[in-house]
Design a protein around this ligand. Structure first.
Ligand SMILES: Nc1nc2c(ncn2[C@@H]2O[C@H](COP(=O)(O)OP(=O)(O)OP(=O)(O)O)[C@@H](O)[C@H]2O)c(=O)[nH]1
Ligand SMILES: [Mg+2]
Length: 464
């Protein structure tokens, strides 16, 4: 989906709200330079300076009163982010001034940009494909260095290049088939079913490689919700604090200290986690504590990973088994690991009892007080969510949209292989290949509806 020319000029404040050293108002469209010239007084006329110039000037209101001193970047089409004329006015970072400058641009004929409209124009003008535009959002929103790195690679076009190469290969196959279908009598070109099948299998293998990294990609992008659960006083809040490296949750020797779910973000093993410390699980008459326990149940149900905490300095209690049962029931899909805490104290809890409770779940012995075993706990949690072998280093697919399109392409390629194997007419193979081509085109944006494009850019912030 690539539309024709855009006529109007859009403007928005591009820097985050609040005070800062610098604030930028950005404008894009055919009128950008002319509008800026009416708003900025400078010794060099903006319409006369070469592209990619930085001009010092004063932003003035309609009465000639100075609003701010600014540096104005003038960038002419097509070598700009949007592919259109772009002007950026770098003001002092005052929210009031930025609003006034923006209002001036609107007064002179620009219109307020919609969320993501600059990047949408970049896409429509062919400066970026859809996967790259999505990478811009992911980069802005990245929650971990690894997430930012994956987005940067996608922005660079690594995923797009791979998918485009696959589309080329399919187009080549289609052209070959078409020649055979169109000129059957000439016998000049022929289809070697074995060769064709091999090429299709290679494509399916490549897509499988991309799909294999999709779980890890999603985790680095979206992060993981970890619920910390256990009976009262085993040290859940202490573990949360130890993992965060700060005294976030209240810790006391009194059972039932935590009444509500406390959530904090942390990077563990390079993965963005949202850690939820929960109220200890036990039968209780206290209505406040009972509500807390119910919230714990919900936290488990909403978690990607559940950490059951046991107290190594005490024998296994019936409540420990209840907690395990609650996790089995509520978090059916979630992955689980067990931490035996307080290993700095003399050990009372028996290994065998722990193993019976844990079954297939990995067990790590830790101490929230001394920090022993915490590194292993982080590693184990990361391994639980990333699966064996840790994070693959190749191109990572991060979005459900991409994963769905790749899976559809894979199915169509397999269908094509089967059609060949069964000796069916070549037209049918051609239909399957068209479908695969179409599916791959959804990743880069060659074959997506206007609706999908609108939905993607609506996730952006204004000014991006
Ligand atoms: N020796 C030792 N004491 C610990 C350790 N972890 C926690 N404690 C102590 O155990 C007590 C309970 O700790 P909390 O972190 O409040 O336990 P909790 O599981 O959050 O308890 P509730 O919020 O009541 O469910 C406190 O006195 C902590 O100091 C540990 O690793 N070693
Ligand atoms: Mg607590």
């Amino acid at each position: 989906m690539r539309a024709g020319t855009v006529q109007d000029t859009i403007a928005a404040i591009a820097t985050p709200p609040g005070e800062g050293a610098i604030g930028i108002v950005r404008m894009s469209g055919p009128g950008a330079v002319a509008i800026a010239e009416r708003v900025v007084q400078s010794t060099r006329r903006l319409s006369q300076v070469p592209s990619h110039s930085l001009v010092h000037g004063k932003v003035v209101d309609e009465g000639g009163r100075v609003l701010d001193e600014a540096l104005v970047a003038v960038m002419r089409a097509p070598r700009t982010y949007t592919g259109e004329d772009v002007v950026e006015i770098h003001c002092h970072g005052s929210p009031v001034v930025l609003q006034q400058v923006l209002a001036r641009l609107l007064q002179e004929g620009a219109r307020p940009a919609e969320p993501g409209e600059f990047t949408k124009r970049a896409f429509l003008n062919g400066k970026l494909d859809l996967a790259q535009a999505e990478a811009v959002i992911d980069l802005v929103r990245a929650k971990s260095p690894k997430g930012a790195q994956i987005a940067a690679m996608q922005l660079e076009g690594r995923l797009s290049a791979r998918v485009s190469a696959q589309r080329e290969e399919i187009l080549d196959l289609l052209a070959h088939l078409q020649a055979v279908i169109d000129y059957p009598e000439e016998g000049l070109v022929d289809v070697d079913p074995g060769e064709m099948k091999r090429r299709l299998e290679r494509l399916v293998d490549e897509i499988d490689q991309l799909l294999a990294g999709a779980d890890a990609g999603r985790i680095y992008r979206d992060g993981i919700r970890l619920a910390i659960v256990g009976r009262p006083n085993v040290g859940k809040s202490s573990l949360l604090n130890a993992l965060l490296g700060e005294e976030r949750a209240i810790v006391t020797p009194i059972a039932g200290t935590t009444r509500d779910v406390i959530e904090e973000r942390a990077l563990l093993g390079g993965i963005p986690f949202t850690l939820a410390d929960t109220a200890g699980v036990r039968a209780t008459d206290d209505p406040v504590e009972a509500i807390g326990v119910e919230r714990t149940r919900q936290a488990v149900a909403g978690a990607d990973l559940v950490l059951i905490v046991l107290d190594g300095s005490e024998a296994l209690a019936p409540e420990d088994l209840e907690v395990a049962e609650l996790v089995r029931q509520a978090g059916a899909g979630a992955r689980v690991l067990v931490a035996v805490n307080k290993c700095d104290l003399p050990r009372v809890l028996e290994q065998a009892a722990v193993e019976r409770l844990a079954g297939p779940w990995p067990v790590v012995w830790v101490s929230a007080v001394t920090g022993e075993g915490l590194a292993r706990l982080e590693e184990t949690a990361a391994a639980q969510v990333l699966g064996q072998g840790g994070a693959p280093s190749a191109i990572l697919v991060t979005r459900a949209r991409h994963r769905g399109a790749l899976a559809a392409a894979r199915r169509a390629l397999e269908d094509a292989g089967e059609t060949i194997a069964r000796g069916l007419p070549l037209d049918l193979v051609s239909v399957d290949l068209q479908e695969a081509l179409e599916a791959l085109g959804q990743v880069t944006g060659e074959s997506v509806s206007e609706e999908v494009v609108a939905r993607i850019f609506a996730q952006f912030c204004v000014g991006k």
